[in-house]
Design a protein around this ligand. Structure first.
Ligand SMILES: [Zn+2]
Ligand SMILES: [Zn+2]
Length: 295
């Protein structure tokens, strides 16, 4: 070897398109046409939720959950998810969280970005949203009136991105917080500030096999505002509030990122913890949940 690149190999590389191994199926293919690191075939498997039927939790099907009497008291305004939690998403999320395939953060954060853009245009279009509510039931209307401010006629956008924290034990075991990684990428792409606002008070174990009541009992008090929050965050919020609505009490819109939305308990409990920041920031806080998959 003389240290110079082999001219015929260089030429070959220039002439033939570069094939890489798809992160999901492992086959050599041209990657990234629609989602980074994925082949076209795998990217086409994503069960996108483009039109949520439940305006509260973003479910693609009809939703008895959000019509329960206790649902109106949930501390978050609404949830939107990028895709359904089907077999494909289950496999990919498991590979990301437990299988060491951390590169899934790339396609996943792009999926969140697309869902965020959709959410932004949905919430910005108040008049359309209102006319879509015309045929809704009394309970649905009551729920919707709770977050009427979300459908302001001016453009909606998040003011701050944060994520559901994992316990120290989980962090040790996995080496990273899967939600934080996606949230930070999303925030960077969308040029939004990202802050670690929440902490876990204790390890809560797996939620997967628990009922709604068990989940709530298990998670109650499991989150709190992160200790030693930088006071500059609240200065930033104040500036945002004063810019968006001079002289008013503009609510800071926090986008809470997680991987899976199941019953909404985690989002609700985290949102309550985030609302404890109202006192310190002197501003109302509205929490919007954005998740990768909706079961
Ligand atoms: Zn593939
Ligand atoms: Zn719902």
């Amino acid at each position: 070897m003389n240290g110079f690149p082999n001219p015929s190999a260089t030429l070959r590389r220039l002439l033939s398109p570069r094939l890489d191994t798809c992160l999901a199926c492992g086959r050599p293919a041209l990657l990234g046409a629609s989602l980074p690191l994925l082949c076209r075939r795998c990217a086409a498997l994503v069960p996108w939720i483009t039109e949520p039927r439940c305006l509260v939790c973003g479910r693609a099907q009809g939703c008895p959950d959000c019509l329960r009497p206790d649902a109106a008291r949930r501390a978050f305004t609404l949830n939107r998810s990028a895709a359904l939690y089907d077999k494909t998403m289950r496999e990919w999320i498991a590979a990301y969280k437990y299988g060491g395939q951390e590169l899934f953060a790339e396609p996943f954060s792009l999926m969140l970005e697309q869902a965020y853009r959709r959410m932004r245009s949905e919430l910005s279009a108040r008049s359309e949203a209102d006319s879509a509510h015309a045929d809704r039931t009394v309970i649905e209307k009551r729920l919707l009136s709770r977050f009427r401010h979300a459908f302001r006629s001016d453009a909606w956008s998040a003011d701050c991105v944060t994520w559901v924290p994992v316990s120290a034990e989980r962090l040790e075991e996995r080496g990273f917080n899967q939600a934080e990684r996606m949230a930070r990428r999303l925030a960077k792409h969308m040029r939004l500030p990202a802050h670690e606002l929440l902490a876990r008070t204790r390890h809560t174990g797996k939620q997967s096999f628990k009922t709604r009541a068990q989940r709530l009992h298990n998670l109650n008090g499991a989150f709190c505002p992160a200790p030693n929050l930088d006071p500059r965050i609240f200065k930033e919020w104040d500036l945002i509030g004063r810019t968006k609505q001079p002289g008013g009490s503009f609510p800071i819109r926090i986008l809470l990122i997680d991987d899976i939305y199941t019953t909404g308990t985690t989002a609700a409990v985290c949102a309550s913890a985030l609302q404890r920041l109202e006192e310190r920031s002197g501003r109302p806080v509205s929490v919007y949940s954005l998740t990768l998959a909706r079961s």
